[in-house]
Design a protein around this ligand. Structure first.
Ligand code: CA
Length: 431
């Protein structure tokens, strides 16, 4: 629901917040941070600062009692996201009031920490992780490398295809991802060897953090499925293409994916995203209509997201030369063939339970053109065409020391744009 907290004309008393690219007061994303010598706690990003929500609990309690009870002393957002969305909405309104009314400035100052002094943590303890494959251009591009005559398999337009990922190796933005080793088989060889992956790739994705709870045996109907998405983040599903090529048949991704997944630290809530809901793009002529359990008129009208995502790369020598990362691609969430609600409805149609702390990846979000591709596999045409960087270096896949940065922005005319922050990690050499 769009309300006064989305009014683009409202400003915050926090210096710099109104002009901040990602975190004006219309955003108020939730995350977990710590400062030197202190335990992790829950905060919201406002401009270049983090407001410690425990530090202002007394000011919030009257208007958002349930939410305050779930975040006071908590080191993750799991308890908050287990509540009905009304609790998050009340919290948003109460925090918005604090940060827009100057009367509260003096009381809030002690709880306002410069973001540069904060260490960010995973926002939720990840209960389980599923990765979908809903970016149709990516599916077609990768499919055409493997099967030029038949890039999209017949199930693609019926099923939100996905697989169960690995929760234990999900890390928050800012760290390193170690180059994996595994079984590799050269195209001209019958037998594999074990060695370091030479075809290490990123995948540009959105992550959907689940809220509420549905029990085992209880499908979530499509008209309620959208309300189970509590918030959004950026997600990089690191992928070792050479390990993947040898292992993926017949059961799909395994060690090519589970060595690391990076997510952005701030959860942009479903409440903040209300103005940025857009219609799911029309299916091309000839595509089947979604089956009834995936088809909901309202979801088709407003179940997609007006979110743009950029991916940039910076090598070690670019860092040494103090060069900015080079943008490799700019894509949009409307390139997803399925809405998040359709993913939830499909995930639970067999009775699989979903609860707060579950994370769904969208699948790689590529656009139709090469400047909107979401992986190096696509940009380099399976490693056959190299990309030239401003340093003069070339890449087909990632080298040690390469830093990959995802950023994202939700934009709609008439509303203040809000950002997803950053999802960044650097490739460390294999052990
Ligand atoms: Ca993926």
């Amino acid at each position: 629901m769009i309300d006064h907290t989305h009014d683009a004309a409202v400003s915050s008393w926090v210096a710099g917040a109104d002009d901040h690219a990602d975190f004006p007061v219309q955003n108020l994303p939730l995350g977990v941070f710590s400062t030197s010598g202190s335990a992790p706690r829950i905060g919201t990003a406002i401009g270049d600062h983090v407001l410690d929500l425990s530090g202002v609990a007394e000011l919030l309690r009257g208007k958002a009692a349930a939410a305050v009870a779930a975040i006071e002393g908590a080191q993750t957002l799991n308890a908050l996201f287990a509540l009905e969305h009304v609790a998050r909405r009340d919290l948003r309104r109460a925090v918005f009031a604090l940060l827009t009314n100057e009367v509260h400035a003096a009381h809030c100052q002690a709880a306002l920490v410069p973001a540069a002094q904060c260490t960010m943590h995973l926002p939720l303890a990840v209960r389980d992780y599923t990765d979908f494959y809903a970016g149709i251009h990516h599916a077609r591009n990768v499919g055409s490398l493997l099967r030029p005559d038949n890039p999209l398999l017949p199930n693609y337009r019926y099923i939100p295809v996905g697989y169960h990922g690995r929760a234990s190796s999900i890390r928050v933005s800012g760290g390193e991802v170690r180059r994996p080793s595994g079984q590799l088989r050269a195209p001209d060889s019958e037998v594999p060897v074990v060695g370091q992956s030479r075809r290490l790739d990123y995948e540009v994705e959105l992550g959907f953090w689940i809220g509420g709870r549905s029990d085992l045996g209880e499908p979530v109907p499509i008209d309620r499925a959208g309300s189970r998405i509590a918030g959004l983040c950026l997600l990089n599903d690191w992928s070792a293409r050479d390990i993947q090529a040898w292992e993926y048949q017949p059961l799909g991704p395994f060690l090519a994916k589970n060595f690391g997944t990076t997510v952005s630290p701030w959860v942009v809530t479903a409440e903040a995203l209300a103005p940025f809901r857009v219609a799911q793009p029309e299916r091309p002529d000839g595509d089947p209509a979604p089956l009834p359990y995936l088809d909901d008129e309202r979801d088709q009208q407003e179940g997609a997201l007006a979110v743009r995502i950029d991916v940039s790369l910076r090598t070690q020598s670019m860092r040494n030369a103090v060069m900015e990362p080079m943008r490799l691609g700019r894509t949009a969430a409307t390139n997803l063939y399925w809405t998040p609600a359709q993913m939830v409805a499909h995930h639970t149609v067999n009775g699989c339970d979903l609860a707060a702390g579950d994370l769904l990846g969208s699948g790689t979000i590529s656009g139709a053109e090469s400047d909107a591709y979401g992986s190096l596999m696509e940009m380099s045409r399976g490693g056959t065409q190299s990309i030239t960087l401003p340093s003069g270096e070339t890449r087909t896949f990632l080298e040690d020391g390469d830093e990959v940065v995802l950023s994202g922005t939700a934009t709609k005319e008439g509303f203040r744009s809000i950002g997803l922050g950053e999802c960044r990690a650097t490739i460390a050499p294999a052990r």
